[in-house]
Design a protein around this ligand. Structure first.
Ligand code: OXD
Ligand code: MN
Length: 653
């Protein structure tokens, strides 16, 4: 059996002492793999080496390759995948240094029903997570991972979430048998030897094990043919919050497999944050500069595929304002340390964007279109006849012929989308034309405002400011959104997505709200200025089904009002659900939104809000005694305000 393909000659690799792929038979314990400090092994970290040896013994790869972070090694891996058919190189003129991957049709999105939080106590995972007893899950995983890398290479991917060595950053090591995952991790995180240097001999790291679950050699030693996108019908995306471990099996796609992203930066990091007094949130980060050169930072939580990447790259339509991108998906926020004003400071722990391609076009996100000109890994988009990519929304008219995401000929009358609705691009953050120069500053940026959004056709106004921190936490806890394609579920159905964290919180959501409340109380007691909190909804529709708000660049008007509130120079009026822009306070110059649409955008109907309060009570009820009292108080107060309101509340404009 070949140990390591010759193109990887430059990689640091270890041939394992064990030869289980030929010697293994059902029930036969694999020989013990050894990965020890030695010339060519780029670390002396004992715990790391023995963990790798344990996983290699369990999974029985042919070889171990250390990812050093060099461009040369990444290029070798890409060449290997071009040869194996996993990557299709795109035309070098039209899309330089870019590739297309087509996944197995069964492996196209995160699998929430196979995502597990394995805390010791079921109640710590809470009613909205799939809980599994840790020992039982370990036993199940051992069975699944046993021999799962036979005939493949185990790649060791040391990675840093946040700049290496930064005060808000954290380290991890992913072991994976997927070269596609390796090259994607190298875009989405900082990988390589620098991380090992930072780890030293004994530094802490989050261990993350990943296998596509498709060994190339059977237990009886007979070979299996490889496929361009190996995966397994059985999947596990398992998290052990107490030991801060991640185990992912069976999928090569996105958040299931790039373990720095949802698994580490949200599920495990949210637990670390709870224990250590900080926040790990599903939020983009923006810098907004107003015409007076005042600089603000905004963190914003939206459920998956609600246009977060578009907002993160927004081009303001109002004169004199600029928006720079710091992150598009995840924010880690920590109160500033000694010598600072103690405010919450945010970093984007990622180093790239893994965005949804369909719907991204020159009108919706011109910045992303520029960003995607070169150096991109596309997954599940369509291929044009001249070797470029296409997806729904890229151009008004589709090309006359394409190869669709399944690799089939496609014409506009095919009746199916050419790109999968959850097709993705993976691209380095510094390719983004609107990225802030100091986007990766280790100390992060002080957060002035937090937005909670969702996709709501009815009820929720375009923008409303929370009355105070506790009300803001209530607003975050009650976010719901119409379902999209990023997760499983019926598209269009309304689902609760508190803090946009429903599938991403590593512990019970009600404790997460309690953590926010406690952190706010602690900072307020220290006299620290807390970010102002707003709810936004770009997606409200009229009775005739039309969008009432043009969205995209025009959302800068909403940002301008919200940041005017922060600066103390934008007027607001009270409503039962929070503070709305006072008449004339929202800059609508040059925008043609009919007065009736504007009124409808801000309409607060006490009747339907009271109905929504009943649903909130039901939802909160699921958390039993672990629901923070402050949220019951907020719900009672909201109901009181709605009862006191006239049946038809005046619109803001
Ligand atoms: C994502 C998601 O991919 O939220 O960012 O699903
Ligand atoms: Mn996301």
């Amino acid at each position: 059996m070949t140990i390591v393909e010759p193109v990887l000659a430059s990689a640091t690799r270890t041939r394992l002492d064990a030869a289980p792929s030929s010697a293994g038979s059902p029930g036969t314990a694999a020989a013990k793999a050894r990965v020890e400090p030695a010339p060519g092994i780029p670390t002396r970290h004992g715990a790391l080496l023995s963990w790798i040896a344990r996983i290699a013994t369990l999974t029985e790869p042919d070889a171990v390759v250390w990812i050093d972070g060099s461009a040369g090694q990444q290029d070798e891996l890409k060449a290997l995948m071009v040869e194996s058919g996993t990557l299709v190189p795109l035309d070098p003129e039209l899309r330089p240094r870019s590739f297309l991957a087509r996944s197995d049709p069964s492996d196209v999105a995160r699998v929430e029903d196979r995502t597990f939080i394995c805390s010791r106590d079921r109640d710590d995972a809470g009613p909205t997570n799939n809980w599994r007893e840790p020992a039982a899950m370990r036993a199940e995983l051992s069975g699944a991972f046993a021999g799962s890398m036979r005939g493949r290479t185990l790649y060791v991917v040391p990675f840093s979430m946040g700049p290496i060595g930064g005060p808000i950053s954290q380290l991890g090591v992913q072991l994976t048998d997927s070269p596609y995952v390796v090259v994607s991790m190298a875009v989405m995180t900082r990988v390589g030897t620098g991380v090992l240097d930072e780890l030293g001999d004994a530094g802490a790291f989050v261990p993350a094990v990943h296998s596509v679950g498709a060994p190339l050699v059977d237990r009886d030693g007979s070979p299996r043919t490889d496929v361009p996108w190996p995966c397994n019908a059985t999947k596990y995306i398992a998290h052990f919050p107490e030991t801060r471990e991640i185990w992912s099996f069976g999928s090569g796609y996105g958040g299931n497999a790039l373990l720095g992203k949802k698994c580490f930066a949200l599920r495990i990091a949210s637990v670390m944050a709870r224990d250590e007094g900080w926040l790990a949130e599903h939020m983009l980060i923006l810098r907004v500069t107003d015409p007076a050169e005042r600089v603000f930072h905004v963190a914003a939580a939206f459920p998956s595929a609600c246009g977060k990447t578009n907002l993160a790259m927004l081009r303001p339509t109002i004169p004199g304002w600029t928006v720079e991108t710091i992150g598009d998906d995840i924010a880690w926020m920590r109160p500033g340390g000694p010598g600072t004003d103690g405010r919450l400071r945010a970093i984007n722990p990622e180093a790239g964007f893994f965005g949804v391609a369909p719907g991204t076009g020159p009108t919706t996100n011109p910045t992303a279109i520029e960003m995607l000109r070169s150096d991109v890994i596309f997954t599940n988009v369509a291929l044009t006849d001249d070797g470029d990519v296409w997806w729904e929304g890229l151009t008004p008219e589709p090309p006359a012929h394409l190869v669709d995401w399944r690799g089939q000929d496609w014409t506009p009358d095919a009746g199916t989308p050419a790109a999968h609705p959850n097709a993705r691009f993976t691209v380095a953050a510094d390719r983004c034309p609107s990225i802030a120069d100091d986007w990766d500053s280790p100390a992060g940026v002080a957060v002035d405002a937090i937005l909670f959004g969702g996709r709501r056709a009815t009820n929720v106004p375009l923008v409303v400011q929370a009355r105070d921190w506790a009300h803001g936490v209530f607003v975050g806890a009650t976010i719901s959104s119409e379902q999209t394609a990023a997760a499983e579920g019926t598209v269009g159905e309304l689902r609760r997505d508190p803090f946009a964290m429903l599938p991403f919180c590593g512990y019970t959501m009600s404790d997460h709200w309690g953590h926010w409340l406690a952190l706010g109380d602690r900072l307020a007691a220290q006299g620290v200025a807390l970010p102002a909190i707003f709810q936004v909804n770009w997606f409200r529709k009229g009775e005739d089904g039309r969008w009432l708000w043009p969205g995209f660049g025009e959302n800068s008007r909403v940002l301008a009002w919200a940041l005017g509130r922060v600066a103390g120079d934008a007027e607001a009026v009270e409503s039962p659900v929070g503070l709305l822009p006072a008449p004339g306070a929202l800059d609508l110059d040059g925008l043609d939104v009919p007065a009736a649409d504007l009124a409808a955008l801000f309409d607060v109907d006490p009747g339907s809000w009271l109905e929504e309060c009943d649903l909130t009570e039901e939802f909160f009820g699921r958390f039993g005694a672990r629901l923070p009292d402050a949220l019951t108080t907020e719900l009672d107060a909201l109901r009181r305000r709605l009862h006191d309101a006239t049946p038809v509340a005046p619109a803001a404009q």
